[in-house]
Design a protein around this ligand. Structure first.
Ligand code: NAP
Length: 248
């Protein structure tokens, strides 16, 4: 068995090229971006921020600039106090012909969401926040959601992700960026709807009982992933940026 050592080329990674969505998409392409510690934890003291670094935050923002919509679970919205996406200096030239920011789409069954929070009240008019929920959601909360967001209902007990992403694509949101959390991402993968995983490996050990980046729902026998690239941060902080694409 011949094994290859990946050595730094000392060349600047062209992130726009490395992370370009497939061209001419006629349906959704679902990319997830997650960070994990070297021992696989997706959280540190209940949040992901403690696992990140400067380069990770840069890539997080850059991937937002490439996306039409950011899909996130309500658990992450509540834990991380999500607001609307804000333009970033790294986005120059990335959003020509598109709204200045991607919309945020929150997945929630309970609709236990604060509709007076900036994520609903401060979103740009051309990037209104979207709520993906179930047909049997509480009628009062559904009414409140409809007052403050675009609402898509798909599925009964839980959102069905293939039709949910198809609906987003019909709205022009084909380049999907899923920012987790782990419970949502496991369901998206189990539905066969995850095309790509961008995984930041953070050079820390977390131990404890933190979840992995996919957590909960078991997956059917897995389709393999293809490693599309490995990028390391240039400040020698020790972060690795892996991009896996689903083999078809
Ligand atoms: N390492 C990373 O990159 C990363 C990324 C994101 C988040 N995180 C961390 O992960 C934690 C949160 O993740 P989590 O796994 O607990 O929560 P999550 O996946 O963000 O959200 C789970 C919630 O999403 C909704 N949901 C999920 N599947 C659904 C379906 N099929 N239909 C309808 N609604 C559905 C439900 O909301 P309702 O309860 O409202 O019904 C559910 O409680 C936080 O600690 C956060 O900091 C880490």
């Amino acid at each position: 068995m011949l094994m290859r050592r990946l050595t730094p080329e000392n060349g600047k990674a062209d992130l726009a090229e490395a992370y370009a969505y497939p061209p001419d998409l006629d349906g959704p392409w679902v990319r997830a971006n997650m960070v994990a510690s070297a021992d696989g934890a997706a959280t540190w003291e209940g949040r992901s921020g403690g696992l990140g670094g400067e380069a990770d935050r840069h890539l997080f923002q850059f991937l937002r600039g490439l996306a039409d919509v950011i899909v996130v679970g309500a658990g992450t919205v509540r834990a991380e106090g999500y607001g609307p996406a804000r333009p970033d200096a790294s986005w120059e030239g990335l959003r020509v012909g598109r709204p200045g920011t991607p919309a945020i789409a929150i997945v929630s069954r309970s609709l236990d969401l604060d509709f007076t929070a900036p994520i609903f009240t401060a979103a740009a008019p051309d990037a209104r926040t979207i709520v993906l929920t179930v047909r049997d959601a509480d009628p009062d909360r559904l009414r409140a959601a409809r007052e403050h967001a675009e609402v898509i209902t798909v599925g009964r007990a839980g959102c069905d992700f293939a039709p949910a992403f198809a609906r987003l694509a019909e709205m022009g949101h084909r380049r999907v960026l899923c920012e987790g959390g782990p419970h949502l991402l496991a369901q998206v993968a189990a539905a066969g709807a995850l095309d790509e995983l961008c995984l930041t490996v953070s050079p820390v050990l977390a131990s404890g009982d933190a979840p992995r980046v996919l957590n909960g729902t078991a997956l059917p026998p897995a389709g393999r992933l293809r490693l599309a690239h490995v990028i390391e941060d240039s400040d020698d902080e020790g972060f690795l940026f892996l991009r896996y694409v689903r083999s078809r």
